[in-house]
Design a protein. Structure first.
Length: 350
């Protein structure tokens, strides 16, 4: 568990150069760290709907989960944030995520709703774990033509699995087999400090689950061409399905990061998929566009504390964020984000 103190703001495109120069002088970081990430937003496909009764308090909550990995293709490296991105004039195309074979590090994160009350900063807890994923297809199904011919799906394709890494000094290893361990047991596991290897099932994956329409198109284009015309499903998506989550959205984030003591300052833009009806199925890349077409930058200033944090340390971090807010008051105004907008509970957002 991580405890985060957070303040947010935004600036127009015209203030970007001035903001970067000011932060370089303030932090002493002349070359800020690049931010380039791709995120899948997932939702439990078995939503728990409690029966509310007088005098009974329900403490079972389900949350959306963010799955984040690096965005490291040519589009990310060539994107110039100092220049505005004009609608209809900028053509940004990214590589399809599940078409490569390179190793990906996925960070799975579930965030709690921020603390209530009139606080000078937003404070909330989140839980996250990092997976090392090899992009291999762990199963396959025939395309429509193969289904009509009466052939059975190919069950011989196997994946290399997913290794889950968690930050700890514990060197114990636990192996889970999908035939003996369910997704619910994986979620409820209390061995937070273990290194786990998750082997994908050796049977044909279930494709009848609801998946985001956009991702259906993307997965459909990633087929193995051959005599059998086998359409394979990526093992990470299959892992999420077995874990009990469905993909509902996706977005890309590009920006820079400064460090000021214990404070992390992120300046970034968010991109979403821009599906053009004129785009043909032969396109190997996806077109994306800005979520905020005004070209505004989002700013986050935050401090993360481990689960064994003390009240005194958190109070000191709060003072540091408030001091930073005062220092940057003439450049941009850091504010506490709206608590309801950060509520990732499933029932609350359904």
């Amino acid at each position: 568990m991580v405890h985060q103190l957070l303040l947010c703001s935004s600036i127009p495109q015209s203030n970007y150069i001035q903001t970067v120069s000011t932060l370089q002088a303030l932090t002493g970081v002349l070359h800020p760290q690049d931010i380039a990430t791709y995120t899948l937003l997932t939702k439990p496909h078995n939503v728990f709907k409690p029966k509310f009764e007088p005098g009974k308090v329900n403490q079972i909550e389900q949350f959306y989960m963010r799955c984040t990995t690096t965005w490291n293709d040519t589009a990310a490296s060539e994107l110039n944030l100092s220049k505005p991105i004009m609608k209809g004039k900028s053509d940004i195309r990214v590589e399809r995520l599940f078409s490569g074979k390179q190793v990906k590090h996925w960070t799975l994160q579930i965030s709690d709703i921020p603390n209530a009350g009139k606080n000078p900063v937003s404070a909330h807890n989140f839980f996250e774990s990092t997976l090392v994923h090899h992009h291999t297809a762990s199963g396959g199904v025939r395309t429509d033509n193969a289904k009509q011919s009466g052939h059975k799906p190919n069950d011989e394709t196997k994946g290399n699995g997913i290794e889950e890494k968690k930050m700890s000094n514990n060197n114990d290893k636990v192996k889970f087999d999908d035939d003996t361990k369910t997704a619910e047991q994986l979620q409820n596991s209390e061995h937070e400090n273990d290194l786990m290897e998750i082997d994908p099932p050796e049977v044909t994956p279930r494709l009848d689950k609801t998946i985001d329409v956009d991702l259906k198109t993307e997965i459909a284009n990633e087929t193995t061409k051959g005599e059998s015309e086998v359409e394979t499903k990526d093992s990470f998506l299959e892992f999420l399905e077995e874990l009990g989550y469905d993909v509902v959205s996706q977005y890309w984030q590009r920006g820079i990061r400064f460090f000021y003591g214990d404070i992390v300052i992120d300046i970034f833009k968010i991109f979403v998929r821009d599906d053009d009806p004129s785009q043909t199925s032969n396109d190997t890349r996806l077109q994306i566009k800005l979520l905020d077409e005004s070209n505004a930058f989002q700013i986050k200033a935050y401090i993360n504390y481990p689960k064994d944090y003390s009240v005194d340390i958190v109070n000191q971090g709060t003072k540091e964020l408030v001091k930073l807010k005062e220092l940057l008051n003439n450049l941009f105004e850091l504010e506490v984000p709206e608590r309801q907008y950060m509520d990732s509970r499933v029932i609350r957002n359904t």
